[in-house]
Ligand binder design. Structure first.
Ligand code: NCD
Length: 360
């Protein structure tokens, strides 16, 4: 693995507070080694050729693992590595898909799932906790309630003599970069036979203000030509200005509406999300907002385009009626499974295994 000597030292005199203030697009090299992604923290890190590589790699891993012989071979690839799953915020899918992605590649894992069972409760600093993980593990995959924490972990480790790659599995309400990868993988796969994402309209629905998945996915759409976005939400949960600014700078057309049903026939992909009430300033605040109009109902299938897909990062509450699951355009269960393949592809890429896998 690459040593800390390769990290761009110009940042290492900074305090984390100063480093954090640098615009993401101006410090991407800090999270790379030899022009390759090393720490995975922001969707802005992902360029088109990287997405294409991951797409091919994820599909290849899926195909290889169909036979026992193939699955056994995949498990030899990282049998000498250990991964730390540090998930101190609730998670089912992201945790399990990372765990199974590690298993697919033969990487051993250990987990900390609550700050209560970690020495943080004894007053250990975050940086020391992370450094401890790097003493035992070759990669840290982390989900944390606080925005910026994965970046802090990367910054702290890159100052030590034993940095290991950090993958953010969700960081506060800010970013969820690997969810964006699986969402793009799902979109690319679904539209593979109908001209790709080009000229497609993606409608994102629900709590756009506090949903990190829709934020991360919005950033990624920069990599595709002529994609249009429709943001559909109650006015209380509108997409934040920083993302809208980014879209303007990137010439990605978007519109905002409080109407959902009316826009269904326009969309090629509908991305439903739940209300993120864990971020309410006062408990129960979200209940004051009416969200009944932002539900995908069975009846809506009649006005949905024949080639359109319905997505959801899950967990679902009442955003999609259960009967919709039977429709072939309901993509969320496959989307969930895609998370495992794309995360295996990402880990393989970070450990520079893509040629070995693709040549098989
Ligand atoms: C999302 C998350 O955690 O941000 N879930 C996930 O990772 N699949 C979406 C959500 O919790 O609503």
């Amino acid at each position: 693995m690459i040593s800390f000597h390769d990290v761009n030292k110009k940042y290492l005199d900074h305090s984390f507070e100063d480093f954090k203030k640098i615009k993401v697009s101006d410090k991407l090299d800090f999270f790379e080694r030899n022009d390759r992604i090393y720490d995975v923290l922001f969707s802005q890190q992902f360029k088109r050729d990287f997405l294409d590589t991951l797409f091919v790699l994820g599909n290849k891993i899926r195909l290889i693992s169909k036979t026992k012989e193939g699955a056994d071979w995949l498990r030899t690839l990282l049998s000498n590595k250990r991964g730390m799953l540090y998930f101190v915020q609730p998670s089912t899918r992201t945790f399990l898909s990372f765990c199974t992605a590690c298993q697919i590649l033969g990487m051993k894992t250990a987990e900390v799932r609550s700050m209560e069972t970690s020495s943080e409760i004894k007053g250990e600093s975050f940086d020391d906790t992370i450094r401890t993980f790097s003493s035992y593990f070759d990669m840290i995959i982390m989900r944390h309630p606080q925005a910026g924490s994965a970046e802090q972990a990367s910054f702290a480790l890159n100052k030590t003599k034993r940095p290991v790659p950090v993958i953010s599995a969700g960081s506060g309400k800010d970013q969820h970069p690997t969810q964006a990868l699986l969402d793009i993988f799902t979109l690319m796969k679904s539209f593979q036979r109908v001209g790709g994402l080009k000229n497609k309209t993606i409608m994102m629905v629900g709590d756009l203000k506090r949903g990190r998945t829709v934020r991360s996915l919005s950033y990624l759409l920069k990599n595709f030509n002529n994609v249009k976005i429709i943001y559909s939400s109650p006015k209380e949960f509108k997409m934040e200005n920083d993302i809208k600014e980014f879209l303007k700078e990137s010439n990605i057309p978007y519109s905002e509406t409080t109407k959902f049903e009316e826009m269904i026939p326009e969309a090629d992909a509908i991305y439903m999300t739940r209300i993120q009430d864990e971020h309410d300033k006062k408990r129960g605040d979200s209940k004051k907002v009416s969200i009944s109009k932002f539900t995908f109902k069975e009846d809506h299938l009649k006005i949905l385009k024949p080639n359109a897909i319905i997505m959801h990062p899950l967990p679902r509450r009442s955003e999609i009626e259960l009967s919709v699951d039977e429709d072939p355009r309901a993509m969320y269960w496959r989307q969930e499974r895609n998370g495992m393949w794309i995360r295996a592809a990402l880990i393989a890429y970070i450990f520079r295994l893509e040629n070995k896998i693709l040549e098989r």
